[in-house]
Ligand binder design. Structure first.
Ligand SMILES: [Zn+2]
Length: 195
C-alpha cells in the first residue's frame, strides 16, 4: 500500500500509522500517529508526553510461520492504545492479524508492548481452521476471528478474518455446514479484549 501524507507535518506515513480525525470545520484530516498524539496531549493537558515508537517484530504462529507486525501507539485521554498490524500482502484486503491493548498512561510503554506481544503469541499459537483437500474447514468447535467489511454491497456484508486469513461470508457459511443441526453461540468482543 502507498504511504499517506500527514495533513499536519507532511510526513509520508504507512497507512497503518495514519489516523482519520474529524476537524471542527467538517472535513476529515489524515494525521500520522505522532501528530495525533501531540494534538491529543495538548487537548488533555498532558505535559511531557513521549510518543512511543516501536520497531517491527516477527513472531511465529503454530506452524512456525513468521508474521511481521508493525506497531501504532495512540493516546486516548488517560489511556494509551497499542496496536499491532500484520504487514504484507494482507493489507490490501483487510486481512492479516491485528491486535490491540489498552494501557494506563502511567505504564511504561515497553511493558505494554511486552503484554501485547504475549497476547499476540497466545493468539498465534491457536489454529481455528485447517485446510483439507484445498478447502478450509473449522479445526475444532470454536472459531475466533475479526469482522471486517466484505468490500462489496456498499460494505453491508461482512467478511471474517480467521487465523489472519480473509474468509468471505459465503465461504464461512459453507464451512459451518459441516455442523448442520448443531447449535452456536456468538459473543462479540471488543478489539482490545481477548476473544
Ligand atoms: Zn504528522
Amino acid at each position: 500500500m502507498t504511504d499517506i501524507t500527514c495533513d499536519r507535518c507532511g510526513a509520508l506515513t504507512p497507512p497503518h500509522d495514519v489516523v482519520s480525525v474529524a476537524s471542527s470545520d467538517g472535513p476529515f484530516r489524515l494525521l500520522c500517529s505522532r501528530c495525533f498524539n501531540t494534538g491529543m496531549a495538548h487537548l488533555a493537558e498532558i505535559r511531557a508526553f513521549d510518543h512511543p515508537q516501536f520497531t517491527p517484530m516477527r513472531l511465529a504462529d503454530a506452524d512456525g510461520v513468521a508474521h511481521e507486525f508493525h506497531f501504532r501507539s495512540l493516546l486516548f485521554g488517560d489511556q494509551l492504545s497499542l496496536e499491532a498490524f500484520e504487514s504484507g500482502t494482507h493489507e490490501e484486503d483487510c486481512a492479516g492479524f491485528r491486535f490491540q491493548l489498552l494501557g494506563d498512561l502511567q505504564s511504561d510503554p515497553f511493558e505494554l508492548l511486552g503484554e501485547l506481544v504475549q497476547k499476540i503469541k497466545r493468539c498465534l499459537a491457536v489454529r481455528h481452521m485447517v485446510e483439507r483437500s484445498g478447502r478450509l474447514e473449522v479445526a475444532g468447535t470454536t472459531v475466533r476471528g475479526r469482522i471486517e467489511s466484505g468490500g462489496n454491497d456498499d460494505g453491508r456484508m461482512p467478511c471474517v478474518v480467521i487465523d489472519g486469513r480473509r474468509v468471505d461470508w459465503t465461504d464461512f457459511g459453507r464451512m459451518l455446514m459441516a455442523f448442520e443441526g448443531w447449535q452456536f453461540r456468538i459473543e462479540l468482543v471488543d478489539p482490545s479484549d481477548e476473544a
